[in-house]
Ligand binder design. Structure first.
Ligand SMILES: [Zn+2]
Length: 257
């Protein structure tokens, strides 16, 4: 009998670890972190970072069903400048690295559902490396009015391991390149590997370089109205996760440890 209780307890603990319904739902600004939209094998190291297109569409529908409104960086900027944004459950969809599937797979879905998104670009990879976007594709997405762009450094640099002048170079040169190519101010920055988001040395340099928004890889839900100059946490829907996981992600900011 005792064995049954022990086993039952173990099952409950395992389930609570895997599906964190026990976390209280949180209100605020939800940001989601994605990388690839496409397909890949479960054995592939990119698998956790790859959402199948059909699943991504289900996630968009799930967000809508649960009353979320996808917003733009431009909306955050309005709030920062004192405007009130009458959105109850704002969500920012963000995509790191600027892979070519952001154009071939993601962009058609954004257009179909008229959902805005932010893509963080590694500026030295754009138009240079296979598997990454071209500047032409970037411009085409920008012109649609649905996609905004931020910086992810010039070279996907691990900022915490760099000296100050190198950090500033990564921050400023990528910002200038984006502004030159797109003709709009680049105000958002996303830390490669999440490196630097909590660093007392790195983070002030992001703002010194002229950014207003910095995005971390740390999971969570942000206060809203969002307090300027606070790193934006992002929930991380992984490849292979179910819609139940997604529901926990969007209501709790994380679905697992
Ligand atoms: Zn990255």
């Amino acid at each position: 009998m005792i064995l049954i209780y022990v086993l039952l307890g173990a099952v409950i603990l395992a389930a609570a670890y895997r599906w964190q319904f026990w976390r209280l739902p949180k209100k605020g600004l939800l940001a989601l972190m994605y990388h690839h939209i496409g397909t890949c094998e479960k054995s592939d190291e990119q698998f956790p970072f790859t959402i199948f297109p059909a699943r991504f569409e289900q996630q968009i529908l799930s967000l809508k069903k649960h009353g979320f409104t996808p917003i733009r960086l431009a909306d955050l900027e309005k709030v920062r400048q004192g405007e009130k944004l009458a959105v109850k459950k704002p969500v920012l969809l963000t995509f790191d690295d600027g892979y070519s599937d952001s154009f071939t797979q993601l962009f058609p879905i954004l257009q179909k559902h008229q959902v805005p998104a932010v893509i963080f670009l590694i500026t030295d990879s754009i138009g240079q490396k296979e598997g990454y976007l071209t500047w032409e594709q970037v411009r085409q997405m920008k012109q649609s009015g649905l996609v905004e762009f931020g910086s992810h450094t010039c070279e996907h640099a691990r900022l915490r391991s760099l000296p100050e002048d190198e950090i500033l170079k990564q921050l400023i040169q990528s910002k200038q390149k984006l502004e030159k190519e797109l003709g709009v101010p680049c105000l958002a920055f996303c830390y490669p590997f999440g490196s630097g988001g909590k660093d007392k040395r790195v983070r002030p340099l992001v703002f010194q370089a002229g950014y207003q928004y910095d995005f971390s890889t740390k999971p969570g839900i942000n206060p809203y109205p969002w307090k300027a100059k606070k790193t934006i946490l992002r929930a991380f829907p992984r490849g292979g996760e179910t819609l139940t996981d997604f529901y926990i992600q969007i209501t709790r900011g994380r679905s697992r440890f």
